[in-house]
Design a protein around this ligand. Sequence first.
Ligand code: ZN
Length: 120
Amino acid sequence: MKIPNEIKLGGHEIKVEQVAAKDIDSPGEFNSYYDLIRLRFEHDSPESSLSECFLHEIMEAIKAKNNLVIDHTHLTVLSEVLFQVLRDNRLDFGGMSSGVKDGLTNETGYFHLDKTVTIK
Ligand SMILES: [Zn+2]
């Protein structure tokens, strides 16, 4: 995936930096004071590891910004499994995907919410 330079999270603009291994002690980190995610990146970094680490640090940011109590093992399992489910099922929560015909389903027949719909 293309990792953005910034994400919006809960009213904050979180900067995302990819840094060399010599400049960071772990695969990734989130600094709540500076609203900064840093990811270790080397030319041979596996794409899936970097992408999953990005998701992990987003979850660390959600945890920190909301004072959630989640131990690190649980957060790691959640980010690994969520990463797999999102990736393997090509889930896109962005909405307004191309090919929308009637506003409810796209050409694949999947339910598609691109506007407020009352479901009875
Ligand atoms: Zn962590």
